[in-house]
Design a protein around this ligand. Sequence first.
Ligand SMILES: *[C@@H]1O[C@H](CO)[C@@H](O)[C@H](O)[C@H]1NC(C)=O
Ligand SMILES: *[C@@H]1O[C@H](CO)[C@@H](O)[C@H](O)[C@H]1NC(C)=O
Ligand SMILES: CC(=O)N[C@H]1CO[C@H](CO)[C@@H](O)[C@@H]1O
Length: 412
Amino acid sequence: MMTIGSALLLLPLLTGVRAAVVPSGGYASKIDVVRNPAYPLDVVDKLEEATMPKIEEWLNKKITAGKNNKCTLETAAVRQEWSDMSEAMRQEYVAAINCLLKLPPKSDKTRFPGAMSRYEDFVAYHMTHAMQLHDNMHLFGAHKYYVWLFEKALREECGYTGYQPYMNYDRYSQDPWNSPLLNGNASSIGGTGEPEPSYKGVAQPGRTPNIIASGGGGGCVKTGPFSDMVVNLGPTSMSTGTNIPKNPRSDGTGANPRCLRRDVNKNAVMGATADRAYSLLTNNDNIDGFYNQLLGTPPPKNDPYPWGIHTAGHYVAAVDPGGDPFTSPGDPLFYFHHTSLDRLWWIWQMQDPDNRLYAIPFADTNMTMPMKRAVDPHNVTVDMEWLGPAITLFETHDQLGGNGGAFCYIYV
Ligand SMILES: *[C@@H]1O[C@H](CO)[C@@H](O)[C@H](O)[C@H]1NC(C)=O
Ligand SMILES: *[C@@H]1O[C@H](CO)[C@@H](O)[C@H](O)[C@H]1NC(C)=O
Ligand SMILES: CC(=O)N[C@H]1CO[C@H](CO)[C@@H](O)[C@@H]1O
C-alpha cells in the first residue's frame, strides 16, 4: 500500500511542479516532506522540525500504553502549506470548495434561509456560535474540530484527496498580492478585491496604530476561482465592509446574494511574520500567556503591526464576509488561517506534551465575556449540531488520537 508520504512524493513527478523532497530534518523517517524551494525554512518551520523527534517519542509512549486510538505516524494525515502543494493539488482543493458551494445545505431552512449550500452550513454554525467558539475554553479545541469537519466534508462529500492546507503568513508577508495563495490565478484562492475608496481598513481600538489601514482593495473579487462566488449569509452588525447590501433578516441569517469582497492587505499579514510566531511559541510557558499573545493582549508596544497573530491572520484578505467576526468562514481564506493557528497551537503543545496538551487558557479564573466563567473543563463539550456530533472539549485537544482516533494528522 502506498503511504501518504510516498503519495506526496509522487505529486511533483506527476504534475511537473518545482518542488523538492527535502531530507527529513527532524522528521520521522516515515514522513517525506515536500517543500517549495522558493521558500527557505523560517524559524517556525525549523522549530517544528526540531520538535518532531519529541512528538515521535511521545506518540510511541502512547502506543506502548495502548492509548493512541490506532493513530501512528504511518497513518497520520499530513497537512501542508499551500505553496508546498503541487499545482494539481491546489486546483483539486479549489474544485472541492466549489463543489461544497453547490451541494445543498443540511442546516434548518427555517432558521437559516440564507444558507444556500453545504459550504454555508459551516458559515451558519460559526455565525450563531461565535461567542462560544471564541471564548477562552473553545478558541483552540472547538476550531480544531470545526476545521476538521470542514476537511472531512471536502473529502467525503466532494472527493478531495488531500487535507486542509494552512498558510505560512511569513511567506506572503512581503508581497501578498503576488503570493501563490492570493495572486488570483487558477491555482490560488482568488485575488484581492476591486479598489473601494470608502473602505479604510479595520479599526483596532486601544492599539497604536489604531487601524489596520486598507491595502487598496475592499470591493468585489474579480480574479481567480471565486470571482463568481455568491455570498448569501450576513452581513451582521460587526461587518467591516462598506457598501454591502443589508441582510433581509436582522440577525443576518437571510439570503442576501452578493459578491465576495476582499482587501489583500500587507498591513495585516505583517503582524503574523515568523519572528512574531516564534516569539509566541517560545516566550510562553503557560497557556494563558500563549492565548494572550496570540490575541495581541495587551497590545504590543513599539510594533508597527501590533495586531496579534489571530487578528492579523483574519485580515490578510478579509472584508465581506471574511472581515465579519460572525460570518468570516464565508471566505475560504478563513480555513487557511485557522489551520495555521491550529498548527501553531500544536507546535506549542508539543514542546511539552505532558503539561501542555490539555491546558486551557484561564480555566480557573473568572473573566468577563468573551471569557467563560470558571467551570470544570471536564464538563465542557463541543456540540457542532448540524455539522457533527458533540464531543468533550478534551477530545478536541489531541490531533494524534483524539476524537476516538478520528483525529490523526500532523503538519509539515
Ligand atoms: C499561479 O501562481 C503560482 C505562484 O506564482 C505559480 O507557481 C503557478 O504556476 C501559477 N499557476 C497558474 C495556473 O497560473
Ligand atoms: C467564578 O464564578 C462562579 C459564579 O459566580 C463562582 O461560583 C466561582 O466560585 C468563581 N470561581 C473562581 C475561581 O473565582
Ligand atoms: C454535569 C456533569 O457532568 N458534571 C460533572 C462535572 O465534573 C465533575 C468532576 O469531573 C463531575 O463529578 C460531575 O459529575
